[in-house]
Design a binder for this molecule. Structure first.
Ligand code: CTP
Ligand code: MG
Length: 226
């Protein structure tokens, strides 16, 4: 099955607070976006499209492998993936069923095994698949006043990671259904679920966690230290 990878790298990284877009921040001497592209490739995805912030287009093109397609992203993650998906369609000439894997640049240490599990689920017929992990902490609902209002049974809860895999036509159709400023989703599985598509799950991996705040980057640096 021919799979195209999309890496969402067009965010600014406000919570990380670096002086550059988060995806350009170095981990073990390499920009986060390069780690994410490498994970996809090591897991079996050949072609990769990366959505980047417009002002840093040249900076991203300079650090990414020459055969990666760099496109300008949007104001939201949803808009960035939409832009990359349009560009990925330009290369949709491979025969047979095709897949799209959408990944966050902010998940640099995603093991290739996770990518391979997502691809395997698609090959087995799933139209949408996400890597998930159990919730291990007690989980509650808190009101505006900071007081707990309810316990949430955690046995059915999962944390959702990337890369998320889709049948290409299913993802394109789902994105075509959602438009405008209100069409903001935190991930791509929510977009296809909004279109009524069943989203399957495979095992995620703690190493695929997202780099959001400075502490996450420090922890990741320790993991890649020689
Ligand atoms: N992203 C994107 N386009 C946007 C916003 C986010 O491609 N307009 C990407 C980010 O680059 C990141 C992924 O979506 O790889 C997950 O988003 P997040 O962790 O929230 O990154 P940022 O939006 O960059 O960080 P922050 O929310 O702290 O500003
Ligand atoms: Mg963000």
């Amino acid at each position: 099955m021919h799979a195209v990878g999309i890496v969402a790298a067009a965010g600014s990284g406000l919570r990380l607070g670096a002086e550059m877009p988060k995806a350009l921040v170095l981990l073990g001497g390499r920009p986060l976006v390069c780690w994410a592209v490498e994970s996809l490739r090591a897991g079996g995805v050949a072609d990769v499209v990366v959505a980047v912030p417009a002002p840093q287009h040249a900076a991203f093109a300079a650090v990414l492998p020459a055969d990666v397609h760099v496109v300008v992203g949007g104001d939201t993650r949803t808009a960035s993936v939409r832009a990359a998906l349009a560009a990925a369609g330009e290369h949709a000439d491979a025969p047979g069923p095709s897949a799209v894997l959408v990944h966050d640049a902010a998940r640099p240490l995603t093991p290739p095994d996770v990518v391979a599990r997502v691809l395997a689920a698609l090959a087995a017929g799933a139209l949408a698949v996400v890597p998930v992990l159990p919730v291990v902490d007690t989980t509650v609902v808190v009101g505006d006043d900071g007081v707990v209002t309810a316990d949430v049974p955690r046995s059915t809860l999962r944390r959702v990671q990337t890369p998320q895999g889709f049948d290409r036509a299913t993802l394109v159709a789902a994105y075509a259904r959602v438009h405008g400023a209100a069409a903001e989703f935190t991930d791509d599985a929510s977009v296809v679920r909004a279109a009524g598509v069943a989203v399957h799950t495979v095992a995620g991996d703690e190493r695929a966690r997202k780099i959001t705040v400075a502490h996450d980057l420090l922890t990741a640096e320790r993991e890649v230290a020689p």
